[in-house]
Design a protein around this ligand. Structure first.
Ligand SMILES: Cc1cc2nc3c(=O)[nH]c(=O)nc-3n(C[C@H](O)[C@H](O)[C@H](O)COP(=O)(O)O)c2cc1C
Length: 180
C-alpha cells in the first residue's frame, strides 16, 4: 500500500504562466502556475486574493495568459518575486495590446481572456475566463496551423521542491497503445 501523506496539492508539474492586465495605460504582470481548463471553452486563473493584479483585472475584466519559455524565464520569475503594489512591473516585458489586455512580445503563446466569473475560496480568487484570442509566434505553428508545443517548450513548475522543469520527451501518440 502507498503511504498516505494527507491532503496535498499534488497535480504537478504544470505550465507556468505570466498573467498580464492593463492598469489604465500600463500593464502589470504576475507569475502564476495555478491555471486550469474548464470544459472546452473556459480556463481558470487562481490568484491569492491580496495580489495587486486582482484589482487591476477587475477594472477591465480582461487578462492575458502568457506562456513562459526558457528565453523569458528569468523575467517571468521576477514577476513572481515582487508585488505591483510596491514595485512598478510595467517595464518588465516588451508588449503590445490586443482586445484590452497586454501581450508579451517574447512569449511564444498568449491567450487573451474575458473574465466571466470569480470563484472564491478562502484567501483565493479564481478567475473563470472565456478565450477571446490566441496569439502564437508563427514559427510555433505546424503546417496544419496547429500549436506545436515541441517548439514552444513551455516551462513547467512544481511546488514541493519549488523548481522549474523542462518539457519532456514524447512517449507516443494518444490512443496509440496496445493493451493485450
Ligand atoms: C513559481 C511561482 C508560481 C506562482 N504561482 C502563483 C499562483 O499560481 N497563484 C498566485 O496567486 N500566486 C502565484 N505566485 C506568486 C505571485 O506571482 C507573487 O506573489 C507576485 O509577486 C504577486 O504579484 P502582484 O501582487 O503584483 O499581483 C507564484 C510565484 C512563483 C515564484
Amino acid at each position: 500500500m502507498k503511504k498516505n501523506i494527507g491532503s496535498q496539492l499534488a497535480l504537478y508539474p504544470m505550465p507556468v504562466t505570466v498573467i498580464g492586465a492593463m492598469n489604465d495605460d500600463r500593464p502589470t504582470w504576475t507569475l502564476v502556475a495555478h491555471t486550469g481548463i474548464i470544459g472546452h471553452d473556459r480556463v481558470l486563473v487562481s490568484l491569492a486574493a491580496p495580489h495587486f493584479i486582482n484589482g487591476v483585472i477587475k477594472k477591465t475584466n480582461k487578462l492575458s495568459i502568457n506562456m513562459v519559455s526558457e528565453e523569458i524565464l528569468s523575467k517571468a520569475d521576477f514577476s513572481g518575486s515582487v508585488s505591483g503594489a510596491k514595485t512598478d512591473k510595467s517595464g518588465l516585458f516588451d508588449y503590445e495590446t490586443a482586445d484590452g489586455a497586454p501581450v508579451i512580445k517574447q512569449s511564444p503563446l498568449t491567450m487573451i481572456c474575458s473574465v466571466v466569473d470569480v470563484y472564491n475560496t478562502p484567501n483565493f480568487e479564481s478567475f473563470i475566463c472565456t478565450i477571446d484570442g490566441t496569439y502564437v509566434e508563427e514559427e510555433c505553428l505546424n503546417d496544419a496551423g496547429k500549436i506545436d508545443y515541441h517548439k514552444i517548450k513551455p516551462v513547467l513548475f512544481e511546488f514541493p521542491t519549488y523548481e522549474y522543469l523542462k518539457t519532456g520527451d514524447v512517449m507516443g501518440k494518444c490512443l496509440s497503445f496496445k493493451n493485450d
